[in-house]
Design a binder for this molecule. Structure first.
Ligand code: PLP
Length: 405
């Protein structure tokens, strides 16, 4: 489908609402995206017509629910070019996906092993590895970044060695917008036989994710960052790796046989999906991805680039504004500080004018320290944002600055 932003906007009921008497300008999409009507409908339709537990029911509703649920898995598998649907594991989100891998890795690590992450991690992809390493006296190494917010690839290569067991990095930084060279990072890690996890929370909605082309072992993402509901996500993993991965939670669905003294495990994907899954949200996630995939991806990318280029140009012209993170390759994320006022005050005063942005440390406290800022104000775009909204934003920011000065 070709792309017309005004047509797209009509699909999002929430965009018609007002906030503090002003039309909503929603620029907090890196935190979560809104849901088009078809996704809301998919959720309502599931609960209205076939709500049932999946896989084990001997009745029509269970059968329908299972078909929709497994159909959604197929949609996701195709979207990320997974070689097998069995390697798409439903989780509650990126955080849980990373925890499944970290929990398993902590069982495989021995003292002196090394794990590498970057300076730009969301806490979900940092604290998790800190904990995994601490359990086994393994060493956590942090790849530095330059002042633009780009990874230092020379330092990264120096860190890799035979003790490196896993490398984890974000596809896209939530706080800076930097798109990392994930194929290059993965290739280097593979030269020392390390496992690779890509935190795809911010990458999934911005490009053509192809897990086979990346060459990673794990790619983790959340539904709510790509127009699907909260509370559902995916861990994609290479089938050969997942088959051997230590089980995460135990319970129903993930077992094959059980006696009073022991149990054997189900095959993939079920061996990593204990208990009743989040069926309705998974189905709506499938619908969100079907909807998103119906657009011409290059047109979407052109739109996103137009937004970030225009916002960056206006930011550069704005007196007293400093952009934090101006990587050459970045998505629609603009993080900044002003020479007056704390980011929290900026967010508060923008909200009074109907504008939603995110302020604070963006779950990346060490990164804020790296840039020597208490936090930033962050504008982040989605498919439905317009150039007009950017004008509204900067007009409002001008008023905020006058109030704070
Ligand atoms: N990683 C990154 C880069 C993120 O931006 C986020 C959320 O903002 C997460 C991980 C955690 O995602 P979730 O809270 O959906 O599990």
């Amino acid at each position: 489908m070709s792309f017309d932003v005004q047509v797209v906007r009509k699909e999002f009921p929430i965009l018609t609402r007002t906030v503090n008497g002003k039309p909503l300008v929603y620029l907090d999409n890196a935190a979560t995206t809104h849901k088009p009507q078809c996704v809301i409908d998919a959720l309502v339709d599931y609960y209205s017509t076939c709500n049932s537990n999946v896989h084990r029911g001997a009745h029509k509703l269970a059968d329908e629910a299972t078909r929709r649920f497994e159909g959604a898995r197929d949609i996701i598998a195709t979207f990320i070019n997974a070689p097998s649907r069995n390697s798409v594991i439903w989780t509650s989100g990126t955080t849980e996906s990373i925890n499944i891998v970290a929990n398993g890795l902590s069982q495989l690590l021995v003292a002196g092993d090394e794990v590498i992450v970057t300076s730009m991690e969301h806490h979900a992809n940092l604290v998790t590895w800190q904990q995994a390493c601490a359990r086994k006296s393994a060493v956590l190494k942090i790849v530095p970044i330059n002042d633009q917010g780009e990874l230092d690839l020379i330092e990264y290569r120096k860190m890799l060695n035979a003790r490196t067991k896993l490398v984890a990095f974000p596809h896209v930084s939530n706080a800076l917008g930097t798109i990392n060279p994930i194929v290059e990072l993965t290739k280097a890690a593979k030269e020392v036989n390390a496992l690779v996890l890509v935190d795809g929370a911010q990458g999934i909605a911005h490009g053509d994710v192809d897990v086979q082309a990346i060459g990673c072992d794990f790619y983790a993402f959340s539904g709510h960052k790509i127009y699907a509901p909260m509370g559902v996500g995916v861990l994609w993993g290479k089938e050969s790796v997942l088959e051997e991965w230590p089980v995460w939670q135990t319970g129903g669905e993930m077992i094959s046989t059980v006696s009073y003294s022991e149990a054997t495990w189900n095959t993939l994907p079920f061996r990593l999906e204990a208990g009743t899954p989040n069926v309705g949200d998974a189905i709506a996630f499938g619908e969100a991805v079907r909807w998103f995939s119906s657009f011409d991806l290059p047109s979407l990318q052109v739109h996103e680039k137009a937004l970030i280029d225009y916002a960056t140009q206006k930011a550069n012209e704005f007196d007293g504004l400093t952009i934090i993170g101006d990587a050459r390759n970045k998505v629609g994320v603009l993080s900044f500080v002003l020479d007056v006022g704390h980011p929290a005050d900026i967010g508060f005063l923008l909200d009074k004018q109907g504008i939603a942005i995110r302020t604070g440390d963006h779950c990346a406290q060490p990164l804020m320290n790296r840039f020597n800022v208490p936090g930033t104000a962050r504008v982040s775009f989605a498919i439905y944002n317009t150039l007009d909204e950017i004008d509204v934003f900067f007009d409002a920011l001008r008023k905020v600055k006058a109030m704070l000065a």
